[in-house]
Design a protein around this ligand. Structure first.
Ligand code: NCD
Length: 355
């Protein structure tokens, strides 16, 4: 696979100086996403195509023959899962997605077992992975590292695509893609995502999944976004500025109870207290979803959560069909398989497959 031509020969300084739109364009390889770093790379058209492909993969994989076909697509490729920040779902669903498409995988999850313990930089580690693998899926504590690595690998001897599986408190684009796929499927019979009201609840200041999804939702028509959080954890000004610039209707609310009855989707999140520098306590009484909120929720609405959850989302509602977070998690596997298939340009072959 040839590297994206647009990042080739671009200096790191000029890449950093570009607008997000210009950066996004650099991450493609001939109109196909190559490095997956940020939500801004995904237009409505791309989101529709990705959802369609995920569904095709899901249906094809229902038969043994279908599975055999899918596994043959990328049996000659290898993927590196470089996850130095804790992960259950993202790691496992990427690993399962690779298995669906036949890619072999390796992993580094604990740098105490790699040469980083000998003082090797993360840059050199990633360059090393690129010698042996054809795709690097990475999650790090450090925002911006995936961008740097993508730039470096586009300009290296052996260019390899990078997928950002969560970078600091900044972005988590593949989570947003599976969230969109879940919304597409949930509202399939209700005119799709257009015109819906999405309510975000919890730690909106540091929750990267919310930031990435807030971007993606701007690709849909008349989607209203409401942000429900304690004042110190409200959504950042950069997201507000982006929504204003795109003419998106948005509002804040002080309690979930104020808005729950009007929501089409409630997106719950946990407090990201791993970012706290001192012991902090949060009063979450107005930011929890349980049976009283379920009672007031529309019959057609859904409750989502990127997981892991804590006390903000009561297991009491797990049995309700509107609680879609377990399905959301499985959707992650299909969307990530679709994404990897897109990076390696297997989409036409999958769409041409007849069961
Ligand atoms: C999220 C993350 O890592 O940002 N988890 C996930 O990927 N499903 C959310 C979280 O950790 O709270």
């Amino acid at each position: 696979m040839k590297s994206t031509q647009s990042l080739l020969g671009v200096s790191w300084e000029s890449f950093q100086g570009m607008s997000t739109a210009e950066q996004s364009a650099c991450l493609d390889d001939h109109d196909t996403p190559y490095h997956i770093l940020m939500s801004q790379q995904f237009s409505r058209e791309r989101l529709d195509a990705l959802g369609h492909l995920a569904t095709r993969i899901r249906i094809i994989s229902k038969t043994r023959e279908g599975n055999h076909f899918l596994k043959g697509l990328l049996f000659d490729r290898r993927a590196m899962l470089y996850f130095t920040q804790p992960s259950s779902r993202t790691f496992l669903s990427f690993s399962a997605a690779c298995q669906i498409l036949g890619l072999e995988t390796e992993e580094v999850r604990d740098t105490a077992t790699s040469s980083e313990v000998k003082g090797e930089t993360q840059e050199d580690s990633v360059r090393t992975f690129s010698s042996y693998f054809d795709l690097i899926i990475m999650r790090t504590q450090l925002g911006g590292l995936a961008e740097k690595m993508a730039w470096m690998l586009s300009n290296a001897e052996r260019p390899v695509p990078i997928v950002n599986a969560g970078s600091g408190a900044d972005q988590h684009p593949t989570q947003a893609l599976l969230d969109i796929y879940t919304l597409q499927r949930s509202f399939e019979e209700q005119g799709g995502i257009d015109g819906k009201h999405v309510v975000f609840v919890g730690d909106l200041a540091r929750g990267r999944t919310v930031r990435s999804l807030a971007y993606l939702l701007t690709s849909y028509d008349n989607v209203k976004q409401t942000f429900v959080a304690p004042p110190s954890l409200q959504i950042g000004d950069d997201i507000r500025a982006m929504l204003t610039e795109r003419g998106v209707e948005f509002a804040d609310a002080a309690t979930l109870d104020e808005v729950v009855a009007d929501a089409d989707a409630v997106y719950m999140t946990r407090i990201q207290d791993e970012w706290d520098t001192e012991e902090t306590t949060y009063d979450l009484s107005d930011f929890c979803f349980g049976l009283p909120q379920l009672e007031r929720l529309k019959k057609t609405a859904v409750v989502m959560h990127p997981l892991p959850r804590r006390e903000e989302l009561s297991p009491d509602i797990d049995h309700d069909p509107r609680a879609v977070y377990w399905r959301q998690m499985r959707n992650g596997m299909w969307v990530r398989a679709a994404l990897i298939a897109t990076i390696f340009k297997c989409e036409p072959e999958i769409l041409a497959y007849h069961d």
